[in-house]
Design a protein around this ligand. Structure first.
Ligand code: GLC
Length: 420
């Protein structure tokens, strides 16, 4: 018996040697475990290393190495796509992808379908799970969600006896008349041509009741009065000066800095900016508030932001990749995403946790902003859709084109993108 086992081990070893296979957890083995790399866009709050240390301490044979890519969503997208196209399978095993890339990456075959049974999807906020699916299959697992908020200088509005604006008219009035009295600029968002501008433009269009694409990207719906109104709101701000010119080069960080340095009355940004600007040491700590984005007649609509974790089709150790994703979306780590990373977690129960609500009073506002947020169109060509939106809205905001002409051009150029 002993001899037989030993012999069969030898035969197995011989067979493996002949086929050039050196380890039982070979690349084709769906159960394989081993070290990983995790690629992510810039970690703006510098927390992810400490979270991954928690995993590395307890999983020494499946250690994960963090690869931090640029802050700009578009540059990260370009670097990930270049890597995924590498003939030798690329360097990245797990990818922290923007919620808008799932369709493109899945359609191209760069990321692999995942087994929904391995993740606690039922515990997540409902709209976020949809961002991780494509063609009826799960291709990623929601990791962080996001919604835009209006940050405002509460100290200034209090002195004026004003509530935070609920409508664009109130925001424009305060940005034009109150801000200069206090030596402040009026309003900024993320207006550099990159994904941030697409987000801000989409929010303006959605808030006015319009849409950009319909039927999951198959139909162009942007040529409408609400879209003209939305783009018109942004263009008017620059023309009239209550959106300062430097804001045309802001991404998330630059706009957050302007607000945190005490230069702005109003800022549209993701909730991390509110958390960072309210933290001890910030010049505006204790002087700011956050509300839902305004719209033409009342609260407007945020775009749904955030990122999902996906596994490279050619990941070296797919089982470890799924185990890491289950860890990062566990209740413990999702709590750290909020407490250490100042980012909105995907697990619904955390938004109602009394201790967390006490520590992060903006959680209920954030929760409703996420639940009311509108997803960007799901399209395998989303990258091209976004580039068109950025270019056209830029021209409207710099006064090179009227909002009417911009919306017509947007409709024409979007229609020219083959959506499938
Ligand atoms: C944030 C959002 C992401 C969005 C990006 C735009 O990272 O989470 O969804 O695309 O900002 O700059």
């Amino acid at each position: 018996m002993r001899w037989t086992r030993a012999a069969s081990r030898c035969l197995l070893a011989l067979g493996l040697a002949l086929t050039g296979c050196v380890a039982p957890d070979a690349e084709h083995d769906g159960e394989s475990r081993g070290p990983l790399t995790l690629a992510t866009a810039g970690d703006l709050t510098g927390y992810l290393g400490s979270v991954l240390e928690g995993w590395n301490r307890t999983h020494p044979r499946e250690r994960v190495t963090l690869v931090e890519l640029p802050d700009s969503a578009d540059e990260t997208h370009a670097q990930m796509v270049t890597d995924l196209r590498e003939a030798d399978r690329g360097r990245f095993d797990v990818l922290n992808i923007d919620v808008t890339w799932t369709a493109e990456f899945a359609d191209a075959g760069w990321i692999r379908p995942l087994d929904p049974g391995r993740f606690s999807l039922k515990a997540f906020l409902r709209p976020v799970v949809d961002t991780a699916t494509y063609d009826g299959r799960l291709y990623a697992v929601p990791y962080v969600t996001n919604a835009g908020l209006l940050l405002y200088r509460k100290d200034v509005l209090d002195k004026e006896g004003l509530p935070p604006p609920r409508t664009w008219a109130e925001l424009e009035r305060d940005a034009k008349t109150i801000a200069p009295k206090y030596g402040l600029e009026g309003y900024a968002g993320q207006f550099l041509p990159y994904e941030g501008l697409t987000v801000n433009a989409a929010e303006a269009v959605y808030s006015a009741g319009g849409t950009i694409l319909g039927d999951e990207g198959d139909r162009v719906t942007v040529n409408s009065a609400p879209a003209r109104e939305g783009i018109g709101f942004l263009a008017r701000g620059v023309r009239e000066g209550w959106i300062p010119k430097p804001a045309l080069s802001y991404k998330e960080e630059e706009s957050k800095q302007a607000f945190q340095d005490g230069r702005l009355l109003f800022l549209r940004n993701w909730s991390y900016a509110y958390a960072v600007a309210s933290a001890p040491g910030s010049p505006v700590a204790g002087k700011i508030g956050a509300v839902r984005l305004p719209g033409p007649d009342g609260p407007g609509t945020s775009v749904l932001g955030g990122s999902d974790l996906a596994v490279n089709t050619h990941a070296r150790h797919p089982d470890s990749a799924s185990r890491l994703i289950a860890y990062l979306t566990s209740e413990t780590v999702q709590r750290q995403v909020l407490t250490r990373g100042a980012l909105p977690p995907v697990r619904a129960a955390l938004y109602e946790d009394p201790d967390l609500v006490k520590r992060f009073p903006y959680l209920p506002t954030l929760r409703s902003s996420v639940l009311f947020a509108a997803p960007r169109p799901k399209s395998p060509r989303y990258d091209q859709v976004s580039l068109v939106v950025q270019a056209v809205v830029r021209d409207a905001m710099t006064g090179h084109e009227t909002s009417e002409a911009a919306v017509e051009r947007l409709a024409r150029e979007l229609a020219a993108i083959p959506h499938r």
